[in-house]
Write a new protein. Structure first.
Length: 202
């Protein structure tokens, strides 16, 4: 039987994505982290199984190295039920499982061909990504649990932006300048004159 690993690679929807610059919800730069909320459809058994196996591997590691051979009764695990989420963005998590992953180190962000992505607008919350995560056990005072560390990210495909941001190309149409419009009008007039000459010659 293959030993499960606490490091996994899954395909998920990216939420609250901060992969180019560290972010802190409290604006405390010392607490700023690169982060993503990994969202997985509840019906995606393959991805969910990978996540649960990674968490279980971390629990076993914690039992051996952190929690003195026991699994704490108050153990926190990162995988959450999106249908239980509250707040203004709760609808984005409907029928989903999710967990939050953070890192002090910037992830490598690549496209489908493994080329680095430098354009910050190319990947955003709502995109479908492949991402690597490492689940690790912790003990902080009386609090014990498993947390997720963010590894690297690969863009799989674009998706609907979860937080309302739209692309300019979807809101506007091409505007022709006066010179282009003038040239087009002159060409149309010339075509009309040529046609009239041909009619007269006939």
């Amino acid at each position: 039987m293959t030993k499960s690993s606490n490091r996994i690679v899954i395909q998920c929807k990216a939420g609250y994505l901060h992969c180019f610059e560290p972010y802190s919800f409290t604006n405390n730069k010392e607490l700023a982290r690169f982060m993503v909320t990994a969202m997985v459809d509840k019906h995606d058994k393959k991805q969910i199984a990978l996540i649960k196996s990674g968490i279980e591997a971390a629990i076993e590691e914690g039992k051996k190295t952190v929690w003195n051979g026991k699994i704490p009764a108050n153990l926190y695990t990162p995988l959450q039920d999106g249908d239980m989420k509250e707040g203004k963005d709760a609808s984005n998590f409907a029928d989903m499982y999710y967990f939050v992953a953070k890192s002090k180190k910037a992830p490598e962000v690549v496209d489908q061909k493994l080329h680095p992505i430098y354009d910050k607008s190319a990947i955003y919350s709502g995109c479908i990504v492949n991402a690597s995560f490492t689940f690790v056990p912790y003990k902080a005072g009386f609090n014990c649990g498993v947390t997720a560390l963010l590894g690297n990210i690969q863009l799989v495909r674009a998706g609907k932006n979860l937080y309302g941001r739209t692309h300019a190309k979807d809101e506007f149409s091409v505007i022709q300048d006066d010179l282009e419009e003038s040239d087009k009008t002159e060409e149309d007039d010339m075509d009309a004159d040529d046609l009239m000459d041909e009619v007269k010659q006939e």
